[in-house]
Design a protein around this ligand. Structure first.
Ligand SMILES: Nc1ncnc2c1ncn2[C@@H]1O[C@H](COP(=O)(O)OP(=O)(O)OP(=O)(O)O)[C@@H](O)[C@H]1O
Ligand SMILES: [Mg+2]
Length: 414
């Protein structure tokens, strides 16, 4: 009987470590999923950038994309392949293109999630390329008192771009003078002024991948390689579950299948502050101990989507979320309602069943793989791309030792 082959494409940029580990794991798994007419196998290919005919076929069933948010050629090829060839891609390029941090705040405020008070302010300066800018501002831009706005928001507050990322131009302001200085410095960026969630006693990053979620205690004051901490059991199970639901809600609402959500806990309440990260950091140099989980999450969700020929949602369909938001009940009850929609959209039950049936050996294969020279080489290559030569060995060993700690902890759990 004939084999069915499903092809997974990797649309990559500076990524080095996770795709290398993903490809090695796929080879080691050598998956064969029985089908009615034979066996299904999987091939993985990296996608190259080249001119394309809009009518050209697409050989991929699923594409994992890391370029859409900044590299237009790949984004446009992906859009064409979704519309014309039925490609399944994470993440949805239209949703990424049009939904920035600001939209994500508005939408989650609409759903009743306790986002800190946030104001948007018009930019301090304008590029003069549009001749209409002068008359528009002269006629309609209202003078405003930043000091009064600061009083309304409260101190400390954070001034940050409405479409931020990578901590670009994020400024903490403890008083009015600092707020005025921050605004002066913001130039042509459109900025938010957001109430600080201060003090907070927990800062968690929840990575979501399809229906899979993973909470990491995060320390923003540490250098990059230590921000994802190694702490375990840092919040009660009920709060882990709360963050899982919040993250699934955000991701399902925007049609983002991988994303990370930053939440701060203050006085017992979780406030998400940054959750428009739909191409989340996937590098071993940030994730180290947590990196094997992420590689496995990439693999499980992409294989599931390819094997089941999952169809991309054509629209985001927000009404069911708004119906829950506008119905009665407490915040937790509404969150349950949102999470139910999200789980259904991410086919959570079907996914779990698929993993049990066809990927039950993944944990063992990954555990063995992350002891090999191939895995260590992937770590070394990423470190070599980011660190000065004299630090490469030291940091390779650091990240590798944390992955080995993960292996020891996994073994203890068996
Ligand atoms: N409202 C807030 N309350 C407390 N801390 C905040 C708040 N907003 C931002 N911060 C701090 O500033 C950091 C950067 O802000 P934020 O995450 O919003 O920016 P970003 O550029 O999107 O970052 P990322 O690189 O995570 O995408 C946060 O990790 C947090 O430490
Ligand atoms: Mg952030």
């Amino acid at each position: 009987m004939a084999d069915i082959v499903r092809t997974i494409g990797l649309s990559l940029g500076a990524d080095i470590c996770w795709p290398a580990c993903y490809e090695h794991l796929m080879r080691r798994l050598d998956l064969r999923v029985p089908t009615e007419g034979g066996t299904m196998r999987f091939e993985v290919e990296r996608i190259y950038i080249e001119p394309f005919d809009l009518r050209r076929d697409c050989k991929y069933d699923v594409v994992i994309d890391r370029l859409t948010h900044w590299y237009h050629t790949s984004r446009e090829w992906i859009k064409k392949a979704i519309i014309m060839n039925g490609l399944y891609v994470f993440n949805n390029p239209w949703s990424l293109q049009s939904m920035e941090k600001h939209t994500s705040y508005c939408a989650m405020i609409r759903l009743g999630i306790p986002i800190p008070t946030t104001w948007l302010v018009p930019p301090k300066a304008y590029a003069q390329s549009n001749p209409d800018i002068g008359p528009t501002l002269a006629r309609y831009a209202k003078l405003f008192d930043l000091g009064r706005l600061g009083q309304k928001v409260g101190y400390p507050c954070f001034v940050k771009p409405y479409d931020g990322g990578g901590w670009r131009s994020v400024m903490k302001c403890n008083d009015e003078q600092a707020l005025r200085d921050a605004y002066e410095k913001s130039g042509t960026d459109v900025m938010h002024v957001q109430a600080g969630v201060v003090p907070f006693d927990r800062f968690v990053r929840t990575i979501g991948f399809g229906p899979q979620t993973y909470n990491v205690l995060y320390d923003p004051d540490k250098p990059l390689h230590d921000r994802y901490t190694l702490d375990q059991e840092f919040i009660p199970a009920a709060e882990e579950e709360h963050l899982r639901k919040v993250t699934l809600t955000i991701n399902a609402f925007f049609g983002w299948e991988f994303n990370s959500c930053e939440s701060l806990r203050s006085a017992g309440v979780w406030h998400p502050i940054d959750f428009a990260n739909p191409c989340p950091d996937s590098q071993v140099t940030s994730l180290h101990y947590h990196f094997p989980w992420l590689v496995k999450a990439y693999l499980r969700w992409s294989v599931f989507c390819a094997a089941t020929k999952r169809r991309m949602r054509q629209t985001l369909d927000w009404e069911p979320f708004f119906e829950v938001a506008d119905g009665g009940g407490s915040y937790e009850e509404k969150l349950d309602g949102y999470a139910r929609i999200a789980e259904e959209r991410f086919a959570a039950a079907r996914f779990e069943e698929f993993c049990e049936k066809h990927l039950s050996h993944l944990d063992e294969v990954a555990w063995e793989f992350f002891a090999t020279e191939q895995a260590k080489d992937a770590v070394r290559q990423k470190v070599a791309a980011l660190y000065p030569l004299h630090e490469v060995e030291q940091f390779t060993e650091l990240f590798w030792s944390r992955i080995q700690k993960w292996r020891t902890d996994e073994e203890a759990l068996r």
